[in-house]
Design a protein around this ligand. Structure first.
Ligand SMILES: [Zn+2]
Length: 195
């Protein structure tokens, strides 16, 4: 299934940009479960969160999703968005956000699992939704260690997350034709009106 996030006139442009690689896509997908322009939120109910977790194969076996899970998932989403925003806006205070993601990781009991082939990965021991959310935090950790994290960017205007593959990390907008132009037009009008 695909998540219906309501009318986004630039959706077709976003679709032209490939999603973040590997499991970092989990972070991008969670951050983009809400359209901040319209307020439409795909995970603001237990069935909505269940559908999202199911889409990314994170749904606990036999587990049910509660209202409290929805609250924690949305809290994690906004904490990750703040951390991503910091990639392009170093002045953003992400201290509380970092604490939130750390708590999610602890609640899901993230543990390092070593393989016989010399590899290791983070795995949540909690079998419920706490573990599912911790898996998203684990993908953020992996991206921070493999260097892909800083390429995940939040649009400076609408805070939609996209993966920047440009050589010099020049991406600032979800879409130049949408947020980029709207911002430039507003700046032009303000200059013209002398304010
Ligand atoms: Zn935007």
């Amino acid at each position: 299934m695909s998540l219906d996030l309501g009318p986004r006139p630039w959706t077709f442009l976003l679709d032209e940009r490939p999603p973040a690689p590997g499991r970092l896509r989990l972070v991008q997908a969670l951050v983009n479960t809400i359209n901040l322009e319209t307020g439409k939120d795909a995970i603001d109910t237990p069935p909505g969160l269940e559908a999202w977790l199911s889409e990314f194969e994170l749904l606990p076996a036999g587990g049910s999703v509660l209202d409290s899970d929805v609250a924690r998932a949305r809290e994690l989403r906004e904490a990750l968005r703040l951390l991503i925003r910091r990639n392009a806006e170093p002045a953003v205070d992400a201290g509380a956000a970092a604490g939130t993601v750390s708590r999610v990781a602890a609640s899901g009991r993230l543990t390092v699992e070593f393989g016989p082939d010399g590899t290791a990965r983070l795995r949540p021991l909690d079998p419920g939704v706490d573990g599912s959310l911790a898996a998203v935090a684990a993908s953020a950790f992996e991206a921070m260690t493999n260097g892909t994290w800083t390429r995940l960017r939040a649009c400076l205007r609408c805070h939609w997350a996209s993966y920047d593959r440009s050589r010099n990390l020049s991406s600032r907008w979800c879409s130049m034709r949408y947020c980029g132009n709207r911002t430039k037009t507003r700046a032009y009008r303000q200059r013209r009106n002398g304010c």
